[in-house]
Design a protein around this ligand. Sequence first.
Ligand code: MN
Length: 462
Amino acid sequence: MLDDTHNPSLRSWVDSANDPGTDFPIQNLPLCSFLREHDGHEHVHDGVAIGEHILDVTALWEAEVFPGEPAEGDPDAQRADDLIEVLSRPHWMGLLSRPDLVPVLRSQLQRFLLDGPAGGQRDRRLRRHALLSVSEAPFIPPVSFLNFTDFYASIHHATTVGSMFRPDNPLLPNYKHVPIGYHGRASSVVVSGTRVRRPSGQQSPAEDDPASRPSFGPCRMLDYELEVGCVVGKGNALGEPIPIDRAGSHIFGLVLVNDWSARDVQKWEYQPLGPFLAKNFATTVSPFLVTSAALEPFRCRGWSRAQGDPDPLAYLTDPADRERGGFDITLEAFLQTAEMAGKGLSPVRLSRGGFRDMYWSFAQMIAHHTVNGCNLQDGDLIASGTVSGSDPGSRGCLLELTWDGVDPASRKPRPRRPIELPTGEKRTFLGDGDTVILKGRCEREGYRSIGFGECRGTIIPG
Ligand code: MN
């Protein structure tokens, strides 16, 4: 629901939040968690991003800023009391089962952040004490991810990757009927900024030498995958599927996800059971969980089918989801090598695309995931799969970006076309010291633009 918290004219006393280019105006308030030292100990604190700063919500809670003064007969008064209880649990875990409290939190935080003189001595002190620079907050993931599932919801990604193996028939026959996914590994989900060690693994034997054996060593085809992750709120009980018409209400919010992939390991191991060690060594998430409430102005069509495509089965069909189940997010991936960083060169953009033309919506993924009775838990991470568009400049991984198609005469893939960087370096896959940065932003006429911040990771040698 749109409410007063989306009003584009709201401004904050935090100056940087009023910059039109910021990802974090007062209308966004994405959730984060970080470590803060006091009393000689490090504590988990929860906060929201505001301009170039983090507002320490735990410090506000400790100072009893919540609840703000409820108006007489305010229907939110009970919810404001509930909010105090919910904020007592670290990592925003309490809020995940109470998405109805997010609008209350937003409006109470806005009351504290709105432009104007501080309300009193307490607020004056908190404006100093509870505002940290983003660079001084050591982030941890905003929720503890218990489970991680990765889908494959971009038909453009599925088609391009499929064409590498089946040039004449790239999409497998199930694609337009089943939201394809696999169970990932939550233990290796790390927050933006965490360095990623190049994994080692088995690589396939040489195809043209029947006597050759698989080799073992550091991954030679290390890749990133630009994805959007849905954080689940209100998990379901085992045995009780979430029907499609309620699935959207379980999308607590979204983060950016980099699903690092060891392509050479993947190629050798994935049949017949799917990805394993090629994927589970690290998955990076952005520190900021953008709530469904903040994303409300940027909803769009959930999915559409080309003429002649089959309709999804009934358990995956909901008219409201089709009309408004999507999110209009512009996504970009950037690369900066160690040499570029050393020479002070900015990261180069590898791709720019959109999340709006996914083949399956998050509601469909949730309905499908639970249709057999599988239980989702508060804080589960459900990632979209690589987000690629139809345009080659919108491809969300190097596997696709450096693919140069199949030679029509020999029917063999052409050699990959490396990306050339301003230093003269070339990349077909990631090198040691390379940093990948993912960004996401939502814009719509009449609304304040919001963004996701950065999802960043640097490769260190294996
Ligand atoms: Mn993936």
